[in-house]
Design a protein. Structure first.
Length: 251
């Protein structure tokens, strides 16, 4: 079964660059050049330019923070976390730092640390649905499944159109073997986006668990039609056909 997908959840709030004031003209120009490189998708160049700034003045929150988000774009989450920690030592009251560091922790599978960062972000920005959802993913992956359900439920209560919260709550409820509720969540996700292949695949698994083999066949068949490379769906489709045939014989 597919688990809560943080990459898709990370329609997270987009990383943002912060600006510094009161600098020498040389440092200000370097920061501007680094920001331009970042915006152009030249993340390695942005990292190198921010590194030059830090070598000149390591007291600038903006340089550490912005280099961290550039590292995130490069997939170097360990380096990003280290830079966020350096930025935090300079200014520990910037809410977005905790959101982005929580994201980096989550992607590097440090789930308890991610939860702590999202907790801090939510202290500073209560009710943020992206943070609630992502904390739920961190809790789900750390095994704190009931708390994950609570986070996804609060996210849904705040925004019923948040597709990934329905999908993720379905995953959490599946882990709890609450299959009927999980099926309902996947169905709601599909009502919002009928092309959500993972939700359809997972609903097929849920229907299989509920002995609704005909429904499972419908879902797995739709998945293979949408993605011919989805080997797990073909395998599960075959199993569902076997069980459905056995069910018909029993009836």
């Amino acid at each position: 079964m597919k688990s809560g997908n943080v990459i898709r959840v990370l329609a997270l709030a987009a990383v943002f660059l912060v600006s510094a004031t009161g600098l020498s003209a040389e440092l200000a120009d370097l920061l501007d050049e680094a920001a331009a490189a970042y915006e152009a998708g030249e993340y390695e160049r942005a990292v190198n330019l921010y590194s030059e700034v830090i070598e000149e003045d390591d007291s600038l929150f903006e340089a550490w923070y912005n280099r961290a988000v550039a590292y995130m774009e490069l997939g170097d989450y360990d380096a990003a976390v280290e830079d966020f920690e350096s930025a935090e030592q300079i200014d520990d009251d910037v809410d977005e730092l905790y959101f982005q560091r929580g994201t980096a922790q989550l992607r590097s599978e440090r789930y308890e640390a991610a939860v702590a960062d999202f907790d801090r972000f939510l202290d500073l920005s209560p009710g943020d649905i992206q943070a609630l959802n992502n904390r739920g993913v961190a809790r789900l992956r750390s095994g704190d499944i009931s708390a994950a359900v609570d986070d996804f439920t609060e996210t849904i209560e705040r925004d019923e159109g948040f597709i990934q919260a329905w999908y993720n709550r379905g995953n959490a409820r599946y882990e709890l073997e609450d299959f009927e509720e999980a099926e309902g969540d996947y169905t709601q996700a599909l009502s919002l986006d009928e092309g959500h292949i993972d939700a359809r695949f997972n609903r097929g698994n849920t229907r299989y668990a509920l002995s609704d083999f005909e429904g499972a066949i419908e879902d797995f068949d739709a998945v293979t039609a949408a993605d011919e490379t989805f080997t797990e769906a073909y395998y599960n489709l075959g199993l569902a056909y076997i069980r459905f045939a056995e069910q018909m014989q029993e009836d």
